[in-house]
Design a binder for this molecule. Structure first.
Ligand code: ADP
Length: 391
């Protein structure tokens, strides 16, 4: 900590160690502390601290203890190099003194600052008891808050590391499950077809081949999404932005969906004269496709979707509503993150890796837009995304 270095230099020292008390520190015990060395390596710090054992220590009543530092200790490996005011360690060892300062503030004891300095040097803070007390109080407050900030940062880093670890294991379990299922289905059907005694009716043969094709598509989509997600993470998502007629794009995506899923009813609410937006057509198509696929996937009974557009002064807002299973408030907050899926039975049996919404959000945000969801459990969800209007 630079604060400790500054404090040591203010005391005319050049090297030392700050012993930070743990809560409930017992002055008699020499185990409950954290040493923070300044210009001392690990071995030198230990021998310096060992040399202080059994010697007079400062306390809240006697804040400062200054005494000669034994020459044999000063010559120990590590310590002899740590004090560099003169090059001559022999001579130096004769004239070093240790200076130990007890630090406490209104909240309690903070620790002891031990430093080495040339014998006879006195800092201006040692001139009167009063100036020493002011120095100690200021330093204690500074060190206490620095220690708190450090502890907080450590805690945040630990939390981040824990989250990264969780993400890694979620990634592995989601991906292995998502890969295993289609591979198992493809292998199962392919081995049946490959059997020499297999005699299948043309319809049965066709349905198996269709299943193989669908599962291969699913694998293909998953791999594509994984590549997409890693490109987003690496910041390599390129946009080819051009004026886009959103209404026409929506109509073409809807036509394709109706051809594929004939049991889905789609209500289109597009206002006339939708303003042009600046967008990458292929990417926005991908967003629409993902949101519509989800609306179908997570609506097990009533497959009625409404796609609407609303125009505000500066953006066009597209909404896709379903009357499906809905999403809990808690899940609404996290489903746009990577590999996040709702915790419910239908999601567990529905194929998916939790990447679609993550990709949608990255695309929409790269256009300067927003994406969000409003949903009620068991009643349905509406996903919205906005795109800025052309001026
Ligand atoms: P995937 O569908 O592949 O799991 P997504 O990122 O597209 O991944 O969606 C994340 C999760 O959000 C889904 O697993 C599902 O739990 C939930 N979800 C997405 N869209 C809907 C929807 N229309 N209705 C209910 N839940 C949804």
């Amino acid at each position: 900590m630079t604060l400790i270095g500054s404090a040591i230099r203010l005391l005319c020292g050049e090297t030392g160690v700050f012993v930070l008390f743990h809560e409930g520190f017992d002055l008699q015990s020499d185990t409950e502390y954290i040493p923070i060395p300044y210009h001392l390596d690990g071995a030198a710090c230990s021998s310096f601290l060992a040399s202080l054992q059994g010697r007079v220590q400062p306390t809240a009543d006697h804040l400062l203890v200054v005494d000669m530092f034994p020459s044999d200790v000063a010559k120990q490996p590590g310590l002899e190099n740590s004090y560099e005011r003169t090059g001559d360690t022999d001579e130096l060892a004769q004239v070093l003194e240790r200076c130990s300062l007890f630090l406490h503030d209104g909240e309690g004891n903070v620790g002891i600052l031990h430093c080495l300095r040339p014998a006879g040097q006195r800092s201006c803070f040692e001139q009167t008891e009063e100036t020493l007390q002011i120095f100690v109080a200021q330093l204690a407050v500074g060190i206490r808050s620095a220690v708190q900030v450090q502890a907080l940062m450590k805690e945040q880093e630990l939390t981040r590391e824990r989250e990264r670890e969780e993400q890694r294991s979620t990634f592995i379990s989601v991906i292995s499950h998502e890969l295993q299922t289609p591979i198992a289905i493809i292998k199962g059907y392919a081995s049946t077809l490959a059997r020499s005694d297999a005699e299948l009716e043309p319809e049965a043969l066709r349905s198996r081949l269709v299943a193989i094709e669908e599962e291969a598509d699913r694998l293909n989509k998953l791999v594509g999404n994984l590549l997409y997600a890693s490109r987003i993470q690496g910041g390599g998502l390129q946009m080819e932005v051009a004026p886009l007629d959103l209404g026409r794009l929506i109509q073409s995506v809807v036509r394709r969906l109706q051809f594929k899923s004939r049991d889905v009813m789609i209500v289109l609410e597009l206002p006339p004269n939708l303003p042009t937006v600046m967008a990458d057509r292929d990417r926005i198509e991908e967003v629409l496709q993902n949101l519509l696929d989800n609306a179908v996937k997570y609506s097990p009974r009533l497959r009625v979707l409404t796609i609407a557009c609303r125009v505000t002064s500066d953006e066009v807002i597209v909404s896709i509503s379903d009357r499906g299973m809905g999403i809990s408030l808690e899940d609404q907050e996290r489903i746009f993150d990577r590999f996040q899926r709702s915790e419910n039975d239908l999601t567990q049996i529905t194929p998916g890796a939790g990447l679609g919404l993550y990709i949608c959000r990255a695309i929409v945000e790269a256009h300067g837009g927003r994406i969000w969801v409003e949903s009620t459990l068991r009643q349905g969800s509406t996903f919205f995304f906005s795109l800025p209007r052309v001026e």
